[in-house]
Design a protein around this ligand. Structure first.
Ligand SMILES: NC(=O)c1ccc[n+]([C@@H]2O[C@H](COP(=O)([O-])OP(=O)(O)OC[C@H]3O[C@@H](n4cnc5c(N)ncnc54)[C@H](OP(=O)(O)O)[C@@H]3O)[C@@H](O)[C@H]2O)c1
Length: 297
């Protein structure tokens, strides 16, 4: 089979489309014929070697953790899923023709493979940080960096829970945020004042890592009401950095429920081929994705 692989850490040019041994599922896993793989910032961070000190990998390595596809092998002890089922979920080396998933759910009616591949990781992250920041129905949540993958999920989950969201994004994404039910404003000079004029804020999420923790603490009045997924310095200001993943099966079940009720839709900004994975990484790394990017197989 073909898979995207890299044999040294570095820029997008280290990615190669190579022939590789087909993977097979172990106990509790399934294998899918991949139709699409979600592109996440963590994919290019791993490729650059950013996690080698904390979570080292061996080279050569594959790329990708999110996928949608058709189940074609079922591991020992797995129940409730059959060869031929259309699923989406999380596994390893998903930028490939075949990949092994360790968590999955059946795709809801009407969802394309292309869109399905975009949900797993961002849903897990969004549900985790909404829980950690402790925002309730009737309260207002400020989301810095609201138009990307995680932001798109946060906005819609919060709306479904009766939480008012103020989201910041670039000028081109203001209507996009409004379409997801948020009150929108731009980041950049004067943003704190613009948010203040929109009203009081009960809790805040930093999803972009743009150095705004101090301001988010100021706006909420309490560092314990600020959570970041992208600023490792957040704890120095009393805020929380959220890094440890929560339950993927629960996140997938919630995604299925919300999509089926018409309460969640994350658009795919652009799709790429396996051979063009480097372009997907370049575009993701530029940091202005609206919704999701996926690699189609
Ligand atoms: N700790 C964890 O568990 C965890 C989990 C998932 C992701 N992450 C990290 O969280 C970040 C976001 O992930 P993602 O998948 O949502 O990324 P993404 O889809 O690439 O979205 C990034 C968003 O950031 C916005 N942005 C860019 N510059 C900004 C600024 N100066 N101020 C405010 N917003 C700005 C962009 O909005 P515009 O396009 O409108 O400019 C874009 O929509 C990444 O750094 C990723 O590595 C961490």
């Amino acid at each position: 089979m073909k898979r995207v692989s890299f044999a040294e850490f570095g820029g997008p040019d280290v990615l190669r489309l190579v022939d590789a041994e087909e993977p097979h599922p172990g106990p509790g896993q399934v294998r899918v014929a991949v139709r699409a793989a979600g592109v996440n910032p963590v994919d290019w961070r791993i490729r650059e070697g950013q996690f080698q000190e904390v979570d080292p990998i061996e080279l050569p390595a594959g790329v990708g953790q999110d996928a949608s596809g058709v189940v074609d092998e079922v591991g020992e002890g797995v129940e409730g899923v059959e060869v031929g089922d259309h699923v989406f979920g999380e596994g390893s080396n998903t930028y490939a023709e075949f990949a092994v998933l360790s968590a999955w759910a059946r795709m809801p009616e009407g969802l394309s493979f292309e869109e399905a591949a975009g949900y797993p990781s961002v849903m897990e992250t969004a549900l985790r940080v909404i829980g950690q920041v402790g925002v309730r129905s009737g309260q207002t949540l400020l989301v810095s960096g609201a138009s990307g993958g995680v932001g798109s999920a946060v906005l819609q989950i919060a709306r479904d829970r009766g939480v008012t969201v103020i989201g910041t994004a670039g000028a081109a994404n203001q209507d996009y945020l409004r379409g997801l039910g948020a009150v929108a404003t731009t980041y950049g000079e004067g943003w704190v004042e613009r948010v203040r004029r929109l009203g009081p804020v009960d809790a805040a999420l930093d999803l972009a890592g743009s150095g705004v923790i101090r301001e988010l603490v100021e706006l909420t009045g309490d560092p314990r009401k600020v959570v970041s997924i992208a600023d490792l310095g957040a704890p120095e200001l009393g805020a929380r950095f959220s890094g440890a993943a929560g339950s993927m099966p629960e996140a997938l079940a919630e995604a299925v429920a919300l999509i089926s009720r018409g309460r969640l839709h994350i658009p795919v900004e652009r799709s790429y081929t396996l051979a063009d994975a480097a372009a997907a990484h370049i575009d993701s790394r530029a940091g202005h994705t609206r919704g999701r990017r996926v690699v189609l197989v």
